[in-house]
Ligand binder design. Structure first.
Ligand code: 15L
Length: 259
C-alpha cells in the first residue's frame, strides 16, 4: 500500500509517524512545513490544501490517505473554509480522479460537542457541532459519505477525542486517545476488507465514557490504554468545577464558549 499522511508535521502526525512507519514500512508525508528527522522509509512532499495542482500531484502517489491536514482547532471562518471545506473537497476530488481507494478522515469530537456529558452517544446520533471547526468536521463526514456511496472510496471517519500519551485533564479522562490506539483505528480504515463508510469514536478505554463505540468494536478495535490508570493524578491536578460552568456541561468543553 502506498500510504499518504497529510498534516504529518502537526502534533498528532508527529506522534503517529513512527508507528505508521513500523507497521507499513514506508509512508509518504505531506504538510505545509518541512518535517524534522525524516527516517528511512519516509518521503516528504510539501503541499497546501489550497493548491489543487499540488494536491493532484500528491494523490497520484498514493492508494490510501490518512488525512490529518487542515485547521485543527476553532478559528475564524476564512481559514476553516479554505482548508477544511474547500481544501477537503479538493483532496477528495483529487483522490477520486487519481484512483485512491481508502481515506481515513480525522474528524473530531467537536462535530458532536454540544451533546451534554450526562448522556452516551453512538455513531448514529445526528451531529451537534460546538464550533465552526466542528461544523467543518461534520461537513468532512458528509463529504466522505458522498465519495463512498457515489464513487466507491472506502472511508473511515474517526471522531478523535484528544491524542496524547496521557489524559491531560478531567474532560480528557473521557476522550483521551493514545497514539497507538489511534493507529489501531487507522489500520481498520486502511485494511478492513469490508469497509465501505463508517463513523467511529477515537478514544482509548476511557471512563466515565460518553461514547458508545460499538461500531469500532465490531470492526475489531480493542483499545490498549485505560484512562482510569491516570485518575488520581488527573483529579488532583484538575478538581471538579461549579455545576453551572457551560464548558463542563457539554462534551466539547471550552469549544462551546468560543465566540
Ligand atoms: C480537537 O479536535 C483538536 O484538534 C484538539 O486540538 C483538541 O482541542 C481536541 O479536539 C479536544 O477536544 O481536546
Amino acid at each position: 500500500m502506498r500510504l499518504l499522511l497529510t498534516g504529518a508535521c502537526g502534533g498528532v502526525g508527529t506522534m503517529i509517524r513512527p508507528l505508521l512507519l513500523e507497521r507499513y514500512g514506508s509512508v509518504l508525508l505531506s504538510d505545509r512545513v518541512e518535517p524534522e528527522g525524516l527516517k528511512p522509509g519516509e518521503t516528504f512532499v510539501k503541499a497546501d490544501l489550497g493548491n489543487a495542482d499540488q494536491i493532484d500531484a500528491l494523490t497520484k502517489q498514493c492508494d490510501a490517505i490518512i488525512h490529518l491536514g487542515g485547521v485543527s482547532v476553532e478559528e475564524p471562518w476564512e481559514p476553516i473554509l479554505a482548508a477544511n471545506i474547500e481544501g477537503l473537497y479538493t483532496l477528495y476530488e483529487a483522490a477520486r480522479v487519481n484512483g485512491v481507494e481508502r481515506i481515513v478522515f480525522a474528524s473530531s469530537n467537536h462535530a458532536v460537542g454540544f451533546y451534554p456529558r450526562d448522556i452516551v452517544i453512538d455513531h448514529e446520533k445526528p451531529v451537534r457541532p460546538d464550533s465552526r471547526y466542528g461544523v467543518s468536521k461534520a461537513f468532512g463526514e458528509a463529504l466522505g459519505g458522498l465519495y463512498s456511496d457515489k464513487h466507491g472510496l472506502r472511508i473511515l471517519n474517526i471522531r478523535i477525542g484528544n491524542v496524547g500519551y496521557r489524559p491531560i485533564d478531567r474532560r480528557r479522562m473521557s476522550i483521551w486517545l493514545h497514539p497507538e490506539d489511534l493507529v489501531q483505528l487507522c489500520a481498520i480504515g486502511l485494511e478492513h476488507p469490508d469497509l465501505h463508510y463508517e463513523i467511529v469514536y477515537g478514544f482509548s478505554d476511557c471512563e466515565p465514557a460518553w461514547w458508545d463505540n460499538r461500531r469500532a468494536t465490531e470492526l475489531g478495535y480493542q483499545p490498549k490504554y485505560r484512562s482510569a490508570e491516570f485518575r488520581d493524578e488527573v483529579l488532583a491536578e484538575d478538581p471538579p468545577p461549579g455545576a453551572d460552568d457551560a464548558s463542563e456541561i457539554y462534551q466539547g468543553g471550552a469549544f462551546v464558549l468560543e465566540p
